[in-house]
Design a protein around this ligand. Structure first.
Ligand SMILES: Nc1ncnc2c1ncn2[C@@H]1O[C@H](COP(=O)(O)OP(=O)(O)OP(=O)(O)O)[C@@H](O)[C@H]1O
Length: 375
């Protein structure tokens, strides 16, 4: 573990305490090299005082700023805006972050470390040059990049690999909970990196960070998770299936600007599948010269991942094998997917937590957000 020079100013626990706590989680000390505790002043300097010009995004957890560290590395600094009482205590927070920084995979965003300054908590990530899939695939025209089939294949396989790693190689396994296009970041070579993994660990039990303030977010939620809070790895598999359909079609999971009957991507994919016209889902930007057999397979894997019943969805490593055509998809495995349409009836438009969504599902009321917003 590395500490910045003014660590003692920004982290009120004696540093020894933090080290002892971390070594309990990491008896071999393997974390030490990866994990940095930054000082607040260092991050303030790097982001030019968290200036509006350096702000690159905002999510349920808070605002994200681009920063340049003194050593020349470019980072993304996430200033958490979660109420302190929702978060774990300082020692646990540092311990969890140190564990997460140890997760290394080509398809995960690297978490470099954190900072605690009084009530403020910040996370520091490697900066991803090409922003998120939400921006470059589904965003406004000015941000879009024309992605050909090769790029879409690389992104789909990369996300599947990153998730399979979290689900099946990390011990104990991590359920991401919030797989969606804005949580897939892209480096300068358009290699996809899953971000925001493991963040539920820094929250106290019974607090959820899933933001449901946009209809699109709801569309990624597996039915059993949205309605009863049942969370398993198959919850992520559902979200991955939605994402896969988005990557192939270039359409968002829910788009009310489209004509009636086209609003819900999963429903559209299912209808095209049943009508034997599945390739009509492929984004026209891809052009005519794409491998039809592969596109057909990717869409079917997408449909398999969004099956209503969690047990019918494949595990991520199996989905990956199917995408690579290491194993065949048995068509009788594909049946009616879980649809988002019912969720869409829930009154939207305010930031809410998933917890409040459960109750909204029955009474259609929204509750005020517990989150503060960025200045
Ligand atoms: N490491 C990073 N490199 C570059 N840009 C980033 C990085 N992390 C986040 N961003 C940008 O900041 C935005 C907000 O990210 P954040 O993860 O806080 O929220 P989100 O995923 O967009 O939404 P939500 O919190 O509701 O899930 C991202 O969409 C992306 O544009």
């Amino acid at each position: 573990m590395k500490f910045s020079s003014c660590f003692s100013n920004c982290f009120s626990l004696p540093s020894e305490t933090a080290i002892i706590n971390i070594s309990q989680q990491d008896p071999q000390g393997e974390n030490d090299e990866n994990f940095t505790v930054f000082s607040y002043s260092e991050l303030k300097l790097a982001t030019r005082g968290f200036s509006a010009a350096n702000k690159i995004g905002e999510g349920a957890f808070g605002c994200v700023y681009k920063g340049l560290l003194a050593n020349g590395s470019i980072v993304a600094v996430k200033m958490l805006s979660i109420e302190l009482e929702s978060m774990r205590g300082e020692r646990e927070f540092v311990s969890e972050i140190s564990t997460l920084t140890n997760l290394k995979h080509e398809n995960l965003v690297t978490l470099k470390g954190c900072c605690i300054d009084g009530a403020k908590r910040l996370l520091v990530y490697n900066y991803m040059e090409n922003n998120s899939l939400a921006q470059i695939l589904l965003g406004g025209q000015q941000n879009r990049i024309k992605l050909g089939w090769e790029a879409r294949r690389t992104i789909s396989l990369g996300v599947a690999r990153g998730l399979a790693y979290l689900h099946e190689e990390v011990k104990p396994h991590i359920v991401h909970r919030d797989i969606k296009a804005s949580n897939i970041l892209l480096d300068r070579n358009l290699i996809p990196k899953v971000s925001d993994f493991g963040l539920s660990r820094i929250l106290r039990d019974n607090v959820s960070h899933i933001s449901t303030h946009v209809a699109g977010t709801l569309g990624y939620l597996a039915p059993e998770y949205a309605f009863s809070g049942r969370l398993t790895r198959k919850t992520d598999v559902y979200s991955f299936g939605v994402l896969l359909l988005e990557i192939i079609s270039g359409k968002t999971v829910v788009d009310f600007d489209l004509e009636l009957g086209e609003h819900y991507l999963v429903q559209k994919a299912w209808e095209l599948y049943r009508a034997n016209r599945i390739l009509q889902l492929v984004d026209p930007i891809v052009g005519m010269n794409y491998p039809e057999e592969e596109a057909d397979r990717f869409i079917k894997v997408g449909l398999l991942c969004v099956q209503e019943k969690a047990r019918l969805r494949p595990e991520m490593s199996m989905a990956l094998k199917m995408l690579r055509h290491d194993v065949d998809i048995e068509l009788d495995q594909i049946s009616q997917p879980g649809m988002v349409a019912d969720l869409m009836n829930i009154k939207l438009g305010q930031k809410t937590t998933l917890h409040s969504l459960y109750s909204k599902a029955s009474n259609l009321e929204s509750t005020p957000s517990p989150l503060s917003s960025c200045s």
